[in-house]
Design a protein around this ligand. Structure first.
Ligand SMILES: [Zn+2]
Ligand SMILES: [Zn+2]
Ligand SMILES: [Zn+2]
Ligand SMILES: [Zn+2]
Length: 482
């Protein structure tokens, strides 16, 4: 019989893919044919998954939708949207249910998503061994076994924590004979291989282990994107990917400077050497840089050798370090004030202070700075919650050029932001603008999200509505005889 690796390679070959080993990088997923933007490169169900919120019930354990949830009456821990979903999960949940029902209330509180992911992984492995649950070439424990754990680089405290977590798993599953060392090791695999399951708008819902998708390496300028429909993971091409080219996705938020990205990548134990990281410097000066004193100039500043001033790289005008320091501390003070308003629930006051911050930042930072971007994102969120659609729209529009600068052309964040813009314009009855924005949203999200999900059907519905409204207005404006 063919080994699991041969079976995996055969399965992948059928999809135009192969697993290769790249020196210094480990395993990688390589295209063996051309993929075009929007093509599904790979899709996979999780080997194990869990929702983020366990006891309160935020999404269905099987399909990850959030409406109409009911608690499993036996364990009082898992939630389902329907009896169909409950039935689908029953073979696995049956064992988990019995174990969890036996827990004291205090122990139940210790069921973090990570612990629960491990419990489910252990149970699935057992059930696949006993052939109660079928295995396949992309769904078997050998694939989990082959994942990198980087255990030799994990620090002492973390190892102690993993050992304690393994103990807890054995307390939850007292009837199984568990290899605690192996379980601690698998927790280390979770840290660098598990994926956050998000809804179509990229809000986190849970965690899953997708061992074939874990083969795909990171790039800060990825050629593919990982998007979930329910808990099914889809990797789609963002740009043409040629034969023999490596498929890459991004593990982190890429709208950030090199230093921040490398810090976020620490948990994966590698240093990114993608084309963006390789040049980094000039882009970083833009993303975290100060603007030129000359309002008409769009140059970015770099510190002088003595660091007493920053000089524009385009027109050579300098800004004094003291002046920059003063502005920064003023912004910092206001930020403290704004976030305390926000945490006390006073959104209107928080909004007014953030507006002042935004104006100050516009004088200090370059238009593409991520600091300014985050302020606009915060303002968008606040005014959406306040249902002040006009102000929300203004900030939504300000974020788009920055997104278009920092993300590849077909990136879900750009598509989602156009979608938000379109929905706001529709509410404000700017129908023609709405049609433009929704069209842009659909063009991008078709590539990143496919066309079949409920989320996309809703977008297409809104787009049709806007199109009908615009052509109705045009025809009533021009009469019927043109
Ligand atoms: Zn469901
Ligand atoms: Zn149950
Ligand atoms: Zn990189
Ligand atoms: Zn300048």
């Amino acid at each position: 019989m063919a080994s699991w690796l041969e079976q995996l390679q055969r399965e992948l070959a059928g999809r135009g893919l192969a697993v290769a080993s790249i020196p210094g990088k480990g395993r990688a997923l390589i295209a063996t044919r051309t993929f075009f933007p929007g093509d599904v490169i790979l899709n996979q169900e999780p080997y194990a998954s869990t929702t983020n919120k366990i006891l309160v019930g935020s999404s269905c354990d099987h399909c990850f939708t959030s409406g109409n949830l009911r608690k499993c009456s036996m364990c009082q821990v898992t939630w389902y949207c329907s009896s169909d979903c409950q039935k689908e999960e029953w073979k696995l949940h049956q064992l988990e249910c019995r174990a969890m029902a036996a827990l004291t209330e205090d122990r139940k509180k210790m069921l973090t998503p990570t612990i629960r992911l491990m419990v489910r992984l252990v149970l699935k492995r057992k059930l696949q061994n006993e052939k109660v649950i079928p295995s396949s070439s992309i769904d078997n424990y050998n694939l989990v076994d082959a994942l990198e754990s980087h255990i030799s680089k994990v620090d002492e405290n973390q190892l102690v924590l993993y050992a304690q977590m393994a103990n807890l798993v054995s307390l939850i599953l007292p009837l199984l004979e568990l290899d605690l060392k192996e379980i601690a090791h698998t927790f280390s695999k979770f840290a660098c291989n598990a994926h956050t399951i998000c809804d179509p708008e990229l809000r986190p819902l849970g965690t899953g282990l997708y061992p074939v998708i874990s083969i795909i390496n990171h790039s800060c300028v990825p050629n593919a994107v990982l998007i979930f429909d329910g808990r099914t993971a889809y990797v789609r091409a963002l740009q043409p990917i040629g034969k023999d080219e490596e498929v890459s996705i991004s593990y982190i938020e890429t709208a950030a400077v090199t230093k921040k990205r490398h810090n976020d990548l620490k948990q994966y134990f590698f240093t990114c050497t993608c084309p963006r990281c390789a040049k980094g410097y000039e882009e970083d000066a833009l993303l975290e840089g100060f603007r030129c004193k000359n309002q008409a100039c769009d140059g970015f500043l770099l510190p002088d050798s003595g660091k007493k001033a920053y000089t524009c790289q385009k027109c050579s005008v300098s800004r004094d370090e003291e002046e920059i320091k003063k502005m920064r501390s003023e912004i910092l003070q206001l930020s403290d004030k704004a976030s305390s308003f926000l945490s006390s629930g006073n959104k209107a006051e928080a909004g007014s202070v953030y507006k002042i911050i935004e104006q100050l930042e516009r004088n200090l930072y370059h238009a593409f700075s991520t600091t300014l971007l985050h302020t606009c994102e915060t303002l968008l969120k606040i005014y959406m919650e306040l249902q002040d659609w006009r102000t929300a729209l203004a900030y939504c529009r300000l974020t788009i050029p920055v997104y278009e600068r920092v993300y590849p052309p077909f990136h879900p964040m750009i598509g989602l932001q156009f979608y938000t813009c379109g929905k706001l314009e529709w509410l404000l009855e700017c129908t023609e603008d709405a049609l433009k924005s929704l069209t842009r949203a659909a063009d991008i999200l078709k590539v990143t999200h496919g066309t079949k999900s409920q989320f996309m059907k809703e977008l297409f519905g809104k787009l049709e509505e806007a199109r009908a409204e615009v052509s109705f207005r045009l025809s009533s404006r021009h009469g019927h005889d043109e």
